[in-house]
Design a protein around this ligand. Structure first.
Ligand code: ZN
Length: 178
């Protein structure tokens, strides 16, 4: 390689998923100001890491990258992966449903959480276009869980106080409560 040719291969992201009670999980994320190649590359890297970890969702702050980016993939098939940039909640349904949730940042813990059945959201894509989507069921739940991460909120914050008490030992084992 001559001196004028520089290495063009994209560097791999040396990310690892932050684990509760890591304080960086509590930092609010900043919006994406411009969709650059670096943002696209890192957005896709976030999706790759989610696949590797066999998660159905991963938010950028979970790897210590405090920008408003989420990756979601309910099926686990690569072609079904979704990346949301600067997601915003427009409205949520009054109707709710309760289901068990887990989080890659809180390993070994699951708990039932009540969330809206539907959510209308806006989000930007990799071309910088803003779109509105109506999400329901598991997709709405997953989106709202990941969106919480952008605000520094974890699903365990939303558990009932009885449930919080019952997982106290497990949280202690992870190093919490904060
Ligand atoms: Zn999570």
């Amino acid at each position: 390689m001559s001196e004028t040719e520089t290495e063009t291969a994209a560097p791999k992201e040396e990310w690892e998923i932050l684990i509760y009670p890591d304080k960086r999980l509590r930092i609010k994320s900043e919006p994406v100001t411009e969709v650059t190649d670096a943002i696209r590359r890192k957005g896709l890297a976030l999706m790759d890491l989610m696949h590797q970890a066999r998660g159905i969702g991963l938010a950028a702050p979970q790897v210590g990258w405090h920008v408003q980016i989420l990756a979601i993939n309910l099926s686990g098939k690569r072609q079904d992966g979704l990346v949301f940039l600067n997601p915003k909640i427009v409205s949520t349904s009054k109707a709710t449903f309760t289901a068990s949730e887990m989080c890659l940042s809180v390993p070994g813990i699951s708990g039932k959480i009540e969330r809206p059945r539907e959510a209308t959201i806006t989000s930007m894509n990799f071309d910088g276009e803003l779109n509105e989507f109506k999400l329901d069921g598991l997709l709405a739940r997953c989106f709202l869980h990941e969106y919480d991460h952008l605000e520094g909120v974890l699903f365990i914050d939303r558990l009932s106080s009885a449930k919080k008490l019952s997982i106290k030992k497990k949280l202690k084992r992870l190093g919490g409560p904060e």
